[in-house]
Design a protein around this ligand. Structure first.
Ligand SMILES: [Zn+2]
Length: 136
């Protein structure tokens, strides 16, 4: 889609701070500075919702979400990762299917059990976090 920023990141027209990628999916740092380590995973091609994706593409996106979540725990010292995807015209901020990954530590300042993480603002420098979290 011509004016879609995620399509431009997916094609490489905009580089982004890439975490990992394969032929169909791409993960990169969210630049909104709402959470430390906020990562987005997208299909490289434009699909508005997960329900628009061919199943094999959706599987590649979710497989990458799992791979990154394991990396955050096993290699980066996090206790886990919250995973979210707004998937409706009511809640989706950009019309290109994407999954948010928010690294979490027990006792962090993002909220209590049973709550979505509160966007308290990133404390760490985005490029420092990218160096710490990238897999490529
Ligand atoms: Zn797009």
């Amino acid at each position: 889609m011509e004016d879609c920023v995620f399509c431009k990141i997916g094609s490489g027209e905009i580089q982004g701070l890439r975490i990992c990628e394969d032929d169909e999916a791409l993960a990169f740092m969210d630049i909104s500075k709402d959470y430390d380590g906020h990562i987005l995973v997208i299909p490289k091609k434009h699909y508005r919702y997960v329900t628009d994706c061919p199943e094999d593409v959706a599987c590649k996106v979710w497989s990458m979400v799992q791979k990154i979540s394991k990396h955050l725990i096993e290699d980066c010292g996090y206790d886990g990762a919250d995973i979210m995807s707004a998937n409706s015209p009511v809640s989706q901020s950009l019309p290109h299917f994407h999954v948010h990954i928010i690294p979490r530590k027990i006792g962090d300042r993002l909220g209590n059990p049973g709550e979505w993480p509160k966007p308290e603002g990133a404390e760490e420098d985005l490029r420092v976090m990218h160096e710490r979290l990238k897999m490529i």
